[in-house]
Structures are given as structure tokens and as C-alpha cells.
Design a protein around this ligand. Structure first.
Ligand code: PHE
Length: 448
């Protein structure tokens, strides 16, 4: 059977940027900036993106496009008869774990989107009331499970539509909408009275806040945000045309992801400061602080609808990429058809997701190594599996693949002159800088 490919350069960019741009940008990045000292964190983050995450992304591109296979099959094809194929297995587990908790947050976004559409936030006058509403929602049993189910169902249906008709089409339509909406919200937030303090918070660096923990957090976030180390970019790259310039595509993806995170910061922080609220609210920033701001600010009801719509789109384009990793594996390695594969992945992640959802309520006392199920999944994937997965791809491209093959893939057989020139520098980053830094982060995650 002919393998499906993305059909246009724009489609590739939208699908891959869609995977990268997600809750990581709109939910995690702003609260991390808040917790880790504003602009100083952003500067470290930018360095991490370009010096470390970008080379890893390139490795995923190289392995995926060269093999034209799923995350498991790629290693099997490029290093036949070796134990490397088991390395691909990590890439299959991580996305399942991430989807499980990602879709719980996706479910909350659905609830909040509906609340916004019915002008639900205007009934709440104090910040405490909104806190209570959020806590009541997430700790209840049925509503969040319903949201999670609904979110996962939409994800499965899009992936069922195929690479071209489902994933690429959804990205091409939704990503531009997402971008326009977030820019609009940022403009509204930055024109509020008192917004300038929030902008200063984002862009004025205070280096005294920096320490090893902040650097490790910035690195972890850059992996998470670029969807690295869990087979998603590798799988998508396997659908990329052989004539595409992968260096250019990777840079475009990394830059769009970064710009988007910054715009999301500009949509959130100025408003937080304009209303004299605490930027260090943590994960609750988006679901507790923002609805309060929306309930108070002029045009707030409209902004609330747009914001939660954006959050939902961003979450969906990422979760479909996570879903596709497992589906591509089942279709190519196990010979299942796409529909059945989607149903199977749906069932697995639906069940694990229910446990994640319940860990805010009835199962909140059930702890794994001191963490609730949700937190455990989050930490396990972001701090460990994605780091190990990234290590595997850089070691494979840098030390297992032949240098000539890597160069061939990176330069499209020597035809892209700019890539030929920069190859030695990239090769050095892939072989030395990336693996050594990953080991450092890994150790710091274990011990910090
Ligand atoms: N990059 C996505 C985000 O920023 C999350 C993600 C991680 C998606 C890993 C796919 C794979 O939200």
C-alpha cells in the first residue's frame, strides 16, 4: 500500500508547528515564566531552543525522513538486526502517557470554552469564587471525564481522516485561525491600563533569579514545547517530501513555536498585572486567574470565548500528533487498518486518562512516588521519557548512522549548498553538545 505523505510545504509546517504549539505554549510557558523570573528565564529558554532542541529536532527529521517509517520501524529499518529497535519502543510509550493527561486538560478547555460561550464567567465576581469553581470542576467525577472523552474522540476522528485528509487539513485550517486569535487577545491585553508592568516583567531580565533549577526547567520546557523525544516529530517527518529543505523547516517550526509562546505570554502577563494579580499562580494561571480577568475587563466575554477556543485548537493539533505515533506503528508494524488502530489507541488512552482525571478528585490520595497520577505522568514524560527519547535520537543520528548518510539527508544529496556549509557545525552539535547536555539535564532532574 502506498504510504501517505503531506502534500504541501505549508501543510508540513502547519502540521508540525501544530504539534509543537500547544498547551506547552499557552498554559505551561506563561506560568513557568512567572515562576522562574520573567525575562531571564526567557533568555535561557531561547538559548536552549537554538543550541539544543533544534539539533534534536533535526535528528528526528533525519531519522524519520530517511526511513519513511513510524517511530519503531525507523530504527529497525536504519539499523537492521540490532537492539536499536527497542529504543523506538520508548517513543511509543511516551505519547500514550502524554495524551492521557493532555486530554484531561483538553477536556477542561472544552468545559471552559462552553462556559465562555454561555457567558458563564460574568456570574463570578471574585477571584476566590473562580478558584472554587475550578477546584470543584476538576475534583468532580463525571464532568471532567466527559470533557476528556469528548476531546479524545475529536482527536481520534481527525487522525482517522488520514495524514492528508485529517492531520494536514486540520492544521492548515486551524493554525492560521489560532495565530490570528492569539494576536488579537495580545493586542487587547497590551492596551489595558497598567499593562506595561506585565510587559516589563516578560522582557526585562533579572539575572539574579537564574540557577541550575531554572536552566533545567528551561531545557525541559524547550523539549516539551518542540514535541521532542517521543516519536511525534520523527513520525511526521516520515511524511515529509524528499525535496523539502529540512534545515529550513526545522528552523521555521522552532521559530514559530517560540514566537507563539512569547505572544501567549503577551496575551496573559499584561492582563495579570493590569488587574494586580499574582503572576506566580502556577498551573492555575490559565484556568483560575484568566477567567477572573475576563469577567472584569471590557470586551472580556468575547476575549474569553476566543481564548478558550485558541487553547482548545492548540491542544487538539498537538494531541493528534501524539495519537498518530501509535497509529502509524499499528498500521505499519502490526498491519491493522487506520480505523481499528485509532480505536485501539483511543481505548488505551481513554482508560489511562480517566485515572489522570480522577487523580484530582476521588483518587487524589493515591500517590506514586509522592505524586498524584496526573503529576506522575507529567513528570515521567516531560522529565524522563522525553529526555531519554531525545538522547536516543541524537545518539542514533550522531553515532550509529553513517556521517555520509546524515549529511546526505541534511543536504538533500548535496543539492542544498547552505546546508552543506553549515553541516560541520550541526554535526558537532548533534554528536557532542546535544548528548552531553541531555545527560546533564537528566542528572539534574534526578537530583535537583
Ligand atoms: N509540544 C506540545 C505543547 O507544547 C506538547 C507535545 C509534547 C506534543 C510531545 C507532542 C509531543 O503543548
Amino acid at each position: 500500500m502506498q504510504r501517505e505523505n503531506f502534500t504541501s510545504r505549508f501543510g508540513v509546517l502547519m502540521a508540525m508547528a501544530g504539534s509543537a504549539i500547544g498547551l506547552g505554549n499557552m498554559w505551561r510557558f506563561p506560568y513557568m515564566v512567572g515562576e522562574y523570573g520573567g525575562a531571564a528565564f526567557i533568555i535561557i529558554y531561547i538559548l536552549c531552543v537554538f543550541l539544543l532542541s533544534l539539533p534534536i529536532l533535526l535528528c528526528e527529521f533525519i531519522i524519520g525522513r530517511r526511513s519513511q517509517k513510524n517511530a519503531f520501524g525507523a530504527f529497525k529499518k536504519l539499523a537492521p538486526g540490532t537492539a536499536w529497535k527497542w529504543a523506538g519502543l520508548i517513543s511509543l510509550v511516551a505519547p500514550l502517557i502524554i495524551v492521557s493527561y493532555y486530554s484531561v486538560i483538553g477536556g477542561w478547555s472544552i468545559e471552559y470554552f462552553f462556559k465562555a460561550c454561555t457567558f458563564g464567567f460574568t456570574d463570578y465576581v471574585t477571584h476566590e469564587e473562580l478558584n472554587t469553581m475550578f477546584n470543584d470542576l476538576v475534583s468532580s467525577v463525571w464532568i471532567p471525564i466527559f470533557g476528556h472523552t469528548f476531546f479524545l474522540l475529536i482527536t481520534a476522528l481527525i487522525v482517522m481522516g488520514g495524514v492528508k485528509g485529517g492531520i494536514e487539513r486540520f492544521g492548515k485550517i486551524m493554525m492560521p485561525i489560532l495565530f490570528v486569535v492569539v494576536v488579537l487577545i495580545a493586542v487587547r491585553a497590551m492596551t489595558l491600563d497598567g499593562a506595561s508592568e506585565g510587559i516589563a516583567y516578560l522582557f526585562k531580565p533579572d539575572f539574579s533569579k537564574l540557577n541550575a533549577e531554572v536552566c533545567a526547567a528551561a531545557l525541559g520546557q524547550s523539549f516539551f514545547s518542540l514535541s521532542l523525544g517521543c516519536g511525534t516529530m520523527l513520525t511526521y517527518a516520515s511524511y515529509v517530501n524528499k525535496s523539502e529543505n529540512i534545515a529550513k523547516s526545522s528552523v521555521s517550526i522552532a521559530v514559530s513555536d517560540l514566537i507563539f509562546a512569547l505572544i501567549a505570554g503577551c496575551a496573559i502577563m499584561p492582563a495579570v498585572f493590569a488587574f494586580g494579580l499574582n503572576p506566580q499562580e502556577g498551573p492555575g494561571l490559565v484556568f483560575k486567574t484568566l477567567p477572573f480577568i475576563f469577567s472584569q475587563m471590557p470586551l472580556g466575554s468575547l476575549v474569553a470565548i476566543l481564548f478558550f477556543m485558541a487553547l482548545l485548537i492548540a491542544a487538539l493539533t498537538s494531541s493528534i500528533s501524539l495519537f498518530e505515533v501509535g497509529v502509524a506503528y499499528l498500521v505499519e508494524e502490526k498491519g491493522m487498518n487506520r480505523k481499528k488502530s485509532c480505536m485501539l489507541i483511543f481505548m488505551i488512552t481513554w482508560i489511562t486518562g480517566i485515572f489522570c482525571s480522577l487523580s484530582f478528585g476521588p483518587l487524589s490520595d493515591f500517590k506514586i512516588i509522592g505524586n498524584t497520577i496526573f503529576d506522575f505522568f507529567d513528570k515521567l514524560s516531560a522529565n524522563f521519557l522525553m529526555t531519554i527519547g531525545s538522547f536516543i535520537v541524537v545518539m542514533f543520528a550522531g553515532w550509529k548512522m553513517k556521517k555520509s548518510d546524515v549529511m546526505d539527508e541534511f543536504t538533500n544529496g548535496g543539492t542544498i549548498k547552505g546546508n552543506v556549509k553549515s553541516f560541520n557545525f550541526i554535526w558537532f552539535l548533534i554528536r557532542w553538545v546535544a548528548p552531553l547536555t541531555i545527560i546533564l539535564i537528566f542528572l539534574s532532574n534526578l537530583f535537583l
